[in-house]
Write a protein of this length. Structure first.
Length: 445
């Protein structure tokens, strides 16, 4: 009989003090635990942002279960179809014909022709060496009025080369046509969330009457195609960098990678990059000082309210968790742990700083198998920033936001402080919230 070993499990391998951690992999890559925290977006959620499109997956039924449920849970089952692969298809046929005829059957039965089909091939296509170029060319010949977007559900590639997520965030923009740019238009790529209207980038561009185009704000297929009119392509989310750079090179556009940050100096450098490339006046010293002062005031208010309440945070809240930990520690907050499984190369400086100035800070894995049984209830309530931090620390006071949703720059720092104060004042039903897939999508859970 299986019995829970919670209190007797040695946390070694799942928990490490940052002074003893290795960069960029503090934990060994081995058998993984999948917690019930599902707020991050998967490829179904992300792909559904393409307006007037459907998704078709071609894979075995054991792999199909998760993506089918995702589409149903976000009330988008009418935009989702599939072709089931069986063992006899591999033994007595070939995947090229099965895929082509299966997709053809789906489209004929639907009775409508969407503007685009996100066609997902899978690991099996790689294993048997399917000719994907032939598959797509034949489908394009049969359905010339449909744009077929090349997508992949191949988790075997998850830790080697580009991930399915990175490839999807490139593929969704492949339909953008070659055209003349509009000098007063900027296109923002790569994120599942539109930048907040109060974000530094939006405020700066609005001041000089620029139009900002983003996929999460697109309502029609033509809105997506119009993103190619941007004279400058920007990406603020790490997983979208490859796609943005690829499209900028293809279409001959200027490009900037401006990842969200919690460091004042880095934010100022990025804003200068933006004004320089657009030929705009730099923000003045007084304007930058005002931005910093507003951040300091927000952080001070948060510290006065939260006081010495322990804080945990995670990588799911924002791609720069160590930068956030550094910001909070330098402002007197009692940060105890950061939940993550790897460290981004972009955070190497923060990692080194924390090793020197906060050596007892704990790094805690989220997928290491021991996390299934290690104790999750401490002696005191903590304030958690992010869903995984909330789940593993059993906190009812947590900031419920994923993937840096709309945060950017000085405004992102202020908003984080405000969300922390809100989390301190109000309890949440953690176990009910964190199981909802694709936080921010329409969800019927």
């Amino acid at each position: 009989m299986l019995r829970r070993m919670g209190e007797t499990v040695d946390p070694k391998g799942a928990v490490v003090k940052i002074k003893d951690a290795s960069f960029p992999a503090p934990f060994a890559s081995e058998l993984e635990y999948n917690s019930p925290v599902h707020g991050n977006w998967n490829i179904v959620h992300t792909g559904m942002q393409v307006p007037e499109s459907i998704q078709i997956y071609v894979c075995a039924d054991n792999c199909m279960r998760g993506v089918v449920l995702t589409a149903a849970e976000m009330n988008a089952a009418d935009r989702f179809s599939f072709v089931i692969l069986e063992e006899q298809d591999l033994l007595n046929s070939n995947l090229e014909d099965i895929t082509i005829e299966g997709v053809t059957d789906v489209l004929n039965k639907r009775g409508d022709h969407p503007k685009a089909v996100l066609l997902f091939t899978v690991c099996l296509h790689h294993f048997v060496g399917s000719n994907l170029d032939y598959i797509y060319s034949e489908l394009e010949h049969r359905f010339p009025d449909i744009c077929f977007i090349r997508c992949y559900m191949d988790p075997i590639m998850q830790k080697h080369g580009l991930t399915p997520d990175q490839k999807l965030r490139k593929a969704m923009y492949d339909p953008l046509p070659v055209c003349e740019p509009n000098a007063k238009t900027v296109s923002v790529f790569g994120s599942d969330f539109a930048l907040d209207e109060s974000s530094d980038i939006k405020r700066l561009l609005k001041r000089y009457e620029y139009t900002v185009q983003e996929l999460p704000a697109c309502k029609t297929w033509q809105d997506l195609l119009d993103m190619s009119k941007g004279s400058l392509f920007i990406d603020c989310y790490p997983a979208g960098k490859y796609g943005m750079e690829t499209q900028a090179e293809r279409l001959g556009r200027k490009r900037l990678y401006l990842p969200g940050s919690f460091d004042y100096d880095e934010i100022e450098r990025q804003l200068k990059q933006l004004t320089d490339v657009l030929g705009l006046p730099e923000l003045t010293e007084n304007e930058l000082a005002h931005e910093r002062e507003n951040c300091e005031e927000a952080l001070t208010r948060a510290k006065d309210l939260i006081k010495d309440m322990p804080i945990t945070l995670d990588y799911l809240y924002h791609p720069r968790p160590l930068g956030l930990a550094k910001l909070l520690l330098t402002h007197g907050f009692c940060v105890k742990a950061v939940y993550l499984d790897g460290i981004s190369p972009e955070e190497k400086d923060e990692f080194i700083w924390l090793q020197e100035h906060a050596p007892e800070l704990e790094l805690i894995a989220t997928i290491q198998v021991k996390m299934r049984v290690l104790p999750r209830v401490g002696s005191e309530e903590v304030l958690a920033i992010g869903q995984k931090a909330a789940y593993f620390s059993r906190s009812r006071h947590f900031v419920n936001l994923v993937q840096g949703e709309g945060l950017y720059g000085f405004d992102g720092i202020r908003r984080t402080a405000e969300l922390m104060m809100e989390a301190y004042r109000e309890e949440k039903d953690t176990e009910k919230l964190v199981v909802q897939k694709g936080w921010g999508c329409e969800c019927c859970l």
